[in-house]
Design a protein around this ligand. Structure first.
Ligand code: ADP
Length: 622
């Protein structure tokens, strides 16, 4: 899959760096979420605390009012039932009480006995906030009314009812009516962030105290969202709107024993601003970090690219046979590659030098070969010429020789009786000389025929040729009482040879062993052989007179003789013939000898496969 994408090295690196940012982004998002939840919980807690503090302060205000009424109920005037005195005292107290509207005395059946805003004894209007009055009468406990318009002042107030007993009036209510301003100050005194709204509402949802623009909103119903929460009894943080339509998180807190509620609203913007700030900081930071990462990846990729280019340049240099150079790359692997390339270059230079040397040697060799070939060709040509000359010369020499011999015979026959003893002897010498000359010429002719008139060289068994040679020499062997043995090793040997010439070879060598015998010992001749790698080495050894080592080479030359004709007959051409035959068979011939002990002649011939046989050698040397 991946291999089908073809991106640049730089793109891959940038992809890696972008991919490595993914876990960071996930982690950051998760952290941000936790932070937001924590911050929200903290703000909600703060909202609840603010609401409770405000409610407690409102409660304290009411309790202060109730304490004032309690003190009044225990005054002498109240205890003695002196209502006029009680009115006077109430007026004083109301005057001292901050934001008090009036103190009102109401008997149990709801009759308004006095109101400190009206002089004692004057006619009074019917009391307001009758429900709260009834509640206190019924329960015998203090109560707080919803907002209503004071019956004398027509100003919005709330009433705090305190049940008591007054002589002659029985169960009564002492009531303190207070103006909303009493609560406005509490609401605005809260130490809350700017934009928070604190409202005090009665059980109907009418605003009776507010920290912001109280003059505008006191006496109006609070927003529907808060009314709904009030109806549903929700006190936890809920979404709402302020009177001016701003979205807030709101909290309702009931004033302990009374049907009044503190409503606190915190602007949503305010709540999430911290989170938003963190979010912005994290996002900007994250984006900056990602850009920095990408820039670094870009820079690293460019750097690596340059280093790689160095490496590929070095490889190309190596390919072109130049010196590759990667020195001190900042990438350790490239340094290693550089070292390998340098080593490869050194090796390459060595190989090139060796190649050049071998090429020059090859050229020298070729020149030498060519020279050799032309020399060989020249040699072959002159050899052929020589052979041709020898053949022609010996052939043509025989004719005058024959003439000399026949005229000598004619001379002897016709004038023999007229010649004296010396004359006859001279004729005998002359005929002998002619006969010897004829022998020499015949031998020479023989020698020249070896190369030119030989039979084809074929695979042949060695033994029949040896046997034939021995048969040809039968008489001489017998005359000399010679003992001839043949090694088992050569019994089945096969060679590549011209059978007639191989027979000649053995016949010449065995003949010489018989001829150059010691006069005082019967000849003992040993014919042997051994198979070597691809050829046979045969030998003919004797116990004859032997040859001095300085003649080992010479004896194979034409007409080379070590003895006089009188001592040993011969023309000195037998071994030259042997050498020529061996050379025609691509072999070698040499002699080993100790004078007076005997000689051994060795020669080699290529071995041949015995037809239908198991080995290429005839007799298996093993
Ligand atoms: P020839 O026998 O006609 O003289 P060869 O070429 O056969 O000519 O031999 C050359 C010489 O090598 C001989 O004159 C002889 O001195 C010497 N020679 C050859 N074979 C033997 C041998 N088996 N032992 C001793 N001398 C030998």
């Amino acid at each position: 899959m991946i291999s089908q994408f073809r991106l640049s090295f730089r793109a891959w690196l940038m992809l890696i760096s972008a991919a490595s940012a993914i876990p960071i982004i996930i982690f950051s998002a998760f952290t941000l979420h936790l932070l937001e939840v924590k911050q929200r919980d903290a703000v909600y807690d703060f909202l609840g605390v603010q609401a409770r503090i405000t409610a407690t302060q409102v409660d304290q205000r009411i309790e202060t009012a109730l304490a004032t009424l309690h003190a009044l109920a225990l005054s002498d005037a109240a205890l003695s039932g002196n209502i006029q005195a009680l009115h006077a005292q109430s007026r004083r107290l109301a005057g001292n009480f901050t934001d008090a509207n009036a103190i009102v005395f109401i008997c149990k059946d709801g009759e308004n006995i006095f109101n400190t805003n009206v002089d004692f004894g004057k006619e009074l209007p019917r009391i307001g906030a009758i429900d709260s009055f009834k509640s206190s009468v019924r329960t015998g406990s203090p109560s707080v009314s919803d907002m209503f318009l004071g019956s004398v002042t027509k100003a919005p107030v709330i009433a705090i009812n305190y049940p008591t007993k007054i002589p002659e009036y029985g169960d009564c209510i002492l009531r303190l009516t207070i103006r909303p301003s009493a609560f406005n100050s509490i609401m605005s005194a809260q130490n809350a962030p700017k934009g928070w709204t604190f409202s005090l509402i009665d059980s109907t949802g009418t605003i009776i105290g507010r920290n912001r623009e109280p003059e505008k909103f006191i006496g109006t119903k609070i927003t529907q969202s808060v009314l709904d929460a009030l109806a549903d009894g929700i006190d936890g943080p809920f979404d709402a709107y302020t009177m001016s339509g701003d979205p807030v998180k709101a909290k309702l807190q009931k004033i302990s024993k009374f049907n009044l509620y503190v409503a606190v609203g915190a602007p949503l913007d305010d709540l999430i601003s911290g989170t938003r700030r963190s979010l912005i900081i994290y996002s900007v930071g994250g984006i900056a970090a990602a850009w920095a990462g990408l820039l670094i990846a870009f820079w690293v990729a460019r750097h690596l690219n340059n280093q790689l280019r160095l490496a590929s340049g070095a490889s190309i240099a190596l390919g072109l046979g130049a010196q590759p150079s990667i020195n001190n790359s900042s990438v350790s692997e490239l340094n290693a590659i550089g070292n390998s390339l340098t080593a490869a270059s050194a090796h390459q230079q060595k190989v090139t030098a060796a190649l050049a040397e071998s090429e020059s040697k090859e050229a020298e060799l070729a020149a030498a070969n060519a020279a050799l070939a032309s020399q060989t060709e020249e040699l072959v040509r002159s050899n052929a010429e020589l052979e041709q000359f020898a053949y022609v010369a010996s052939h043509d020499l025989r004719e005058p020789l024959r003439m000399i011999s026949s005229y000598l015979s004619l001379l002897e026959r016709r004038y023999g009786d007229r010649l004296d003893g010396d004359g006859l002897e001279f004729i005998g010498f002359a005929r002998d000389g002619a006969k010897r000359m004829d022998h020499l010429v015949l031998d020479l002719l023989d020698l020249s025929r070896i190369e030119r008139k030989g039979d084809p060289i074929v695979p042949m068994p060695i033994m029949p040729s040896v046997q034939l040679a021995l048969t040809n020499l039968g008489m001489t062997i017998k005359d000399n009482s010679a003992i001839i043995t043949t090694d088992d090793a050569i019994q089945h040997s096969w060679v590549l040879g011209d059978p007639t010439q191989i027979m000649r070879l053995f016949q010449n060598l065995i003949g010489n062993s018989l001829k150059y015998r010691k006069p005082d010992a019967d000849p003992v001749i040993q014919i042997g052989g051994r198979h070597l790698d691809g050829y046979w080495q045969f030998s003919v050894g004797d116990n004859g007179i032997g040859i001095a080592s300085e003649y080992f080479e010479r004896v194979f030359g034409i007409f080379q003789r070590l003895h006089t004709r009188e001592k040993y007959e011969g023309t000195g051409i037998g071994l030259a013939v042997c050498k020529k035959i061996v050379e025609r068979h691509r072999g070698r011939i040499w002699v080993e000898s100790i004078p007076s002990e005997g000689s051994t002649f060795h020669f080699t011939v290529l071995s041949a496969a015995r037809p239908g046989g198991m080995t290429a050698t005839g007799t298996d040397p093993a």
